[in-house]
Write a protein that binds this ligand. Structure first.
Ligand code: GZL
Length: 311
């Protein structure tokens, strides 16, 4: 019988089906961190799907530091895993380590976030959302649901991260249709609740007449709600809030009327990732880009969807 990474006989593999006669594959996954509800849900999805797919998973949390992700990828190369998957915390600075993986003949799958490398032979496929489209959906809602001058403050995601760059891009493209919608301040809250709260406190002091907050994720939007309440204003009423993700806490605030609109970003990438990994290891052709399905939510839709939300 073929020995698996843990040295046991693959036919007796304890974690689900090892895919018939196929060898049980080992995946090295370098996760960004645990900065948000979205990330927690994404981690759970990867771990549960690996178990269900009979994939041996080596997992690391980089605490949002690129050097930790690079270290983790290097260790997976040394351990000679069958496939490496990761969500690049920022877009730049990956070519060297991805070249090492290529030389070691270990295929790489990008999940969730993208790299800006010109050499797309450095990864087999990129599975994740279209962040520009997410920003466009947020901008479209604002254009269609406000009249007259609108002062916006923007809570950006992690500086240099694909979702932060692209959600800003898509939003700005759409609000260009309304010159009376102006972004008065824009700063990174690093995708965290505390970051969103701190930045919003400062923004409220310098922009007392702010009408709308556009937060690149629910967690920063929830932090902004705390700051808005502390300033004696009603979130969702005095100051409207648009966020991205649609994790449970965000959807609850939406149902409660403290957030006005959420653009969904689906973290449940695990099953698709394991399917792509098995194909890639088997040498099968896979699409270079797999875009995740996702929607948008109003308060009414959130009330209906909340009971069934998995995360
Ligand atoms: C988006 C993902 C972002 C989420 C944030 O796919 O990379 O990172 O929107 C998370 O909540 O921190």
């Amino acid at each position: 019988a073929t020995l698996t990474a843990c040295g046991s006989d693959s036919t007796s593999s304890k974690d689900g089906d090892s895919g018939g006669a196929g060898k049980k594959i080992t995946m090295g996954f370098a996760q960004v961190g645990a900065e948000s509800g979205w990330r927690t849900a994404n981690t759970k999805s990867v771990q549960q799907s690996a178990k269900a797919a009979g994939v041996e998973l080596k997992f690391s949390d980089a605490q949002q530091k690129q050097e930790n992700q690079i270290k983790a990828i290097r260790s997976y190369i040394q351990q000679k895993v069958d496939v490496i998957a990761f969500s690049p915390v920022v877009e730049t600075g990956w070519d060297a380590v991805l070249l090492e993986a290529k030389r070691a003949r270990i295929p790489v799958i990008l999940t969730d976030r993208a790299v800006d490398s010109d050499d797309d032979t450095l990864y087999e496929t990129f599975l994740g959302s279209d962040f520009v489209k997410e920003g466009e959906k947020a901008g479209e809602w604002l254009v269609e649901n406000t009249e007259g001058p609108v002062n916006v403050v923007e809570l950006q995601g992690t500086t240099g991260a694909a979702p932060a760059i692209d959600r800003k891009k898509g939003f700005e493209e759409k609000i260009a249709a309304r010159p009376d919608i102006k972004i008065r301040a824009s700063q990174s809250g690093d995708f965290t609740r505390s970051g969103g709260k701190q930045v919003m406190e400062a923004m409220l002091r310098s922009n007392p007449d702010v009408d709308v907050v556009y937060a690149h994720n629910d967690d920063m939007g929830l932090g902004a709600i705390e700051a808005i309440k502390a300033a004696g204003k009603k979130p969702g009423k005095d100051i409207k809030i648009i966020t991205v993700d649609a994790v449970k806490d965000g959807m609850q605030a939406l149902a409660d009327g403290e957030i006005n609109y959420i653009v969904e970003c689906n973290p449940l990438l695990g099953d698709q990732l394991m399917d792509l990994a098995k194909k890639v290891v088997a040498g099968e052709k896979v699409p270079k880009r797999v875009v995740t399905e996702e929607t948008t939510f109003t308060p009414e839709q959130a009330k209906k969807a909340l009971p069934d939300r998995q995360y």
